[in-house]
Design a protein around this ligand. Structure first.
Ligand code: ATP
Ligand code: MG
Length: 169
């Protein structure tokens, strides 16, 4: 599984609709990746802790809170999509656990946060909801939008990897 994840991580998505989406994150002066991690309830906390450590190392600790929230929302969305109605992970036809991974990159002007997963788009794609005042859920992507300058999502060629990203100035 690890080999597959690393191969996926190193791929570049097709041009995105948004200019701010990173093309080759690894080519940026600052790059850090985590995963693949099983898309399990433990993943968001680990992803958030990793993000905080990386940002501190890059001298961007002031962004830790906002980025931690964004990463929590994006990874939680993957975990939710990766979990079946019985509460169990949606193993694929080969019995493999769904995975997610993170890419953080910066050119010192912009910071990009990317959360990728290997769930087929048939299981859902990011779609901001119009949460009513009484709704307890449906605000995650709204929060991502509020905390970032831009965000978006795309699917890699072959439909086997989905990426949701947010960019902060
Ligand atoms: N990575 C993803 N894979 C598949 N579907 C996604 C993904 N991210 C988001 N979605 C879809 O987009 C919808 C909106 O996401 P959003 O985070 O705004 O709300 P929510 O997750 O339903 O509720 P909340 O985040 O408030 O707990 C989700 O309900 C889900 O259907
Ligand atoms: Mg959510």
């Amino acid at each position: 599984m690890e080999g597959t994840g690393l191969a996926l991580m190193n791929r570049t998505p097709e041009p995105s609709r948004a200019q701010a989406a990173p093309r080759q994150a690894q080519a940026r002066p600052l790059f850090a990746g985590l995963g693949p991690l099983g898309a399990l309830p433990t993943a968001p906390r680990l992803a958030r802790a990793f993000t905080g450590l990386v940002l501190a190392g890059w001298g961007l600790a002031r962004l830790t809170e906002d980025c931690g929230l964004i990463i929590s929302e994006l990874t939680s969305n993957v975990v939710r999509a990766a979990t079946g109605p019985d509460g169990q992970p949606r193993y694929d036809v080969h019995g493999r656990l769904p995975v997610l991974w993170l890419r953080l990159s910066s050119d010192r002007a912009w910071l990009w946060l990317e959360v990728c997963d290997n769930l087929t788009p048939e299981l859902g794609v990011p779609a901001p909801r119009q949460a009513a005042a009484t709704d307890e859920t449906g605000r995650g992507l709204e929060l991502v939008s509020a905390l970032s300058q831009d965000w978006g999502w795309d699917v890699f060629p072959g439909n086997d990897v989905k990426r949701v990203w947010a960019a902060l100035a």
